[in-house]
Design a protein around this ligand. Sequence first.
Ligand SMILES: N[C@@H](CCC[C@H](N)C(=O)O)C(=O)O
Length: 289
Amino acid sequence: MTRMILFSKMHGLGNDYVVIDESAQECIPEDKKPEFVREVCTRGFSVGADGVIFVQPASGEGDIRFRIFNADGSEAEMCGNGIRCFSKFVYDNAIVRKRRLEVETLAGIKTVELEVEDGAVVSSRVDMGTATFKTDQIPMDVEEYEFIDRFLPVEGEDIKLTALSVGNPHAIIFVDDAEGVDLDRLGPAIENHPLFPERINVHFVEVVSPSEIIMVTWERGAGPTMACGTGATASVIAGVKLEKLDDSVLVHLPGGELKIDVYQDGTELGAYMEGDAVMVFDGILLRDP
Ligand SMILES: N[C@@H](CCC[C@H](N)C(=O)O)C(=O)O
């Protein structure tokens, strides 16, 4: 008998996701998830998306569990735009009706504060936690303890970049003209550089002023996307570390804007991310058993 898989199509600034509720019952067996995700994300032939988000029951530490898979079927630790879509989905569908959600992710618990109007989430603020610049935690195969504003040989060029993890790995390259970068050439070359054993998300960042940046992204496992919330967080934290940015920054992405507020936690830098999430449509995928 044909199975029906209910899903919602959502996006955060054009970074689009298929969201599937597995809070009551598993829809896609664990070992079939990567193949399912690759198929569903293929634009033109299926729903098409940058990735798939699964809503799963909490293990006990948080209110609910967030799983995020990239379009290539790889599982990521965290996703900034995805967690806002997830939180709206969870609240609006009354899976957990709390305005302060403790979300379990592979990058630890993330606290999401929801702004609600007429019973539906209109925007959210996520405590993205603290970043690490330690190369063994990014991870990066180099002897240096940190890789901050250092040159990486890429396709015959030396690219100055800063590597950090905000739960997932990011390479930040400050440039004079972000929109003029040859993203299709440099993005995959840096993503798959042998020094990044788990690959990396790549962001080109132009500083407009200490409180405003323009950012373009090549995502690990998804390629060029309209926005990246963890990338915006990592870019602003890198900019604060390098004393290029203030601690409150508006990030302009191809799909819209995010607000990032950096805080100090002991010796580390953390950040809040604020932005909206949009429900596009609900659908049903039909599958043979
Ligand atoms: N678009 C996301 C990040 C999704 C995961 C990323 N591609 C990775 O593999 O780490 C965001 O908004 O943060």
